[in-house]
Design a protein around this ligand. Structure first.
Ligand code: 13P
Length: 295
């Protein structure tokens, strides 16, 4: 059943948890994420990143996301991730997306404010909550990088708590993505999160906070971040990596049995699906921060 971004964040606040937001650029990730929510009885966000357009066109994947969310018993927000183009956002809202992120973090501050205001006005005419970003996580959710780095190496700019307060007050957004040490993709070393930055933002800003670049953070740091006000965690790279490895393992096992074994596409996607489902269930339970189910 559809629950919009604002109501999702309210649930997360009530249970002191974070809602997992998972990119779903194919049928396997979409199906696995929804089944993970049904099996765990936890709310979830299924998310389409604009940068995934070449592998998952919005016109194809968007209606499927909305239809599967509507008919599921789980609480689901259908979310647009890292949208940099307001006409693209309008197309998603017209399809029934009920969460959207406008990402103007690479723009000059004033233009980020102006475009975020336009996004807020657009979302207000649909049943859609708006997330915006200030500061920068550095590299974008490209889905094709196989090596990330530290926040500094990725060109991240930590969110300034005072600027965050001004940004929230002037844009009318519902959730704020902030940069405090996470990056998209695989970390080369241990991520070092700045909880001082996060707490500084929390003290000045009264909207739910969002962590991007969720893959690779320790469970302890997820929980510290949730306790400091993170209400939504974006997570994709590790699920995609483990699912890819499951497909590779399937090929290796088949070829070990018989060197000229035929490899069928549907067997690979099934192996990937099963692994993706396990990973998603496990991480959703971590993000639930002790909450066993949401009715
Ligand atoms: P990871 O791919 O690093 O998990 O981050 C996902 C994300 O932030 C999508 O917006």
């Amino acid at each position: 059943m559809l629950v919009n971004l604002r109501d999702m964040c309210a649930i997360a606040e009530q249970y002191n948890m974070a809602i997992g937001s998972f990119n779903t650029p194919n049928m396997e990730s979409l199906r696995a994420t929804i089944i993970a929510a049904e099996e765990t009885h936890l709310p979830v966000m299924i998310s389409h990143a604009q940068v995934h357009e070449p592998i998952a066109p919005l016109d194809l994947v968007g209606p499927a996301m909305v239809a599967l969310a509507e008919r599921s018993s789980a609480l689901i927000c259908v979310h647009l991730d890292h949208c940099e183009d307001l006409s693209y956002m309008r197309r998603a809202l017209e399809m029934g997306f009920n969460g959207a992120m406008y990402d103007g973090s690479a723009l000059p501050y004033q233009r980020n404010i102006e475009n975020s205001q336009r996004a807020a006005a657009m979302c207000a005419s649909f049943d859609c909550g708006l997330e915006c970003e200030i500061g920068s996580m550095g590299d974008r959710e490209a889905g094709e990088r196989d090596e990330g780095g530290t926040a500094e190496e990725s060109g991240a700019i930590y969110t300034d708590p005072d600027q965050a307060a001004e940004f929230v007050a002037s844009t009318g957004l519902d959730a704020l993505a902030c940069s405090f040490g996470t990056v998209h993709g695989i970390y080369k070393g241990e991520p070092h999160l700045s909880f001082d930055v996060l707490r500084g933002i929390r003290e000045r800003v009264n909207v739910p906070l969002v962590m991007h670049g969720g893959s690779g953070v320790s469970n302890e740091d997820y929980h510290k971040a949730i306790d400091a006000g993170i209400r939504k965690i974006n997570y994709y790279t590790y699920g995609a990596k483990f699912a890819g490895e499951a497909a590779a393992d399937f090929i290796a096992a088949k070829r070990a049995e018989k060197s000229d074994s035929l490899i069928y596409w549907h067997d690979l996607t099934q192996a990937a699906y099963e692994r993706y489902l396990e990973v998603t269930i496990d991480i959703m339970k971590v993000f639930a921060n002790g909450c066993e189910s949401v009715a």
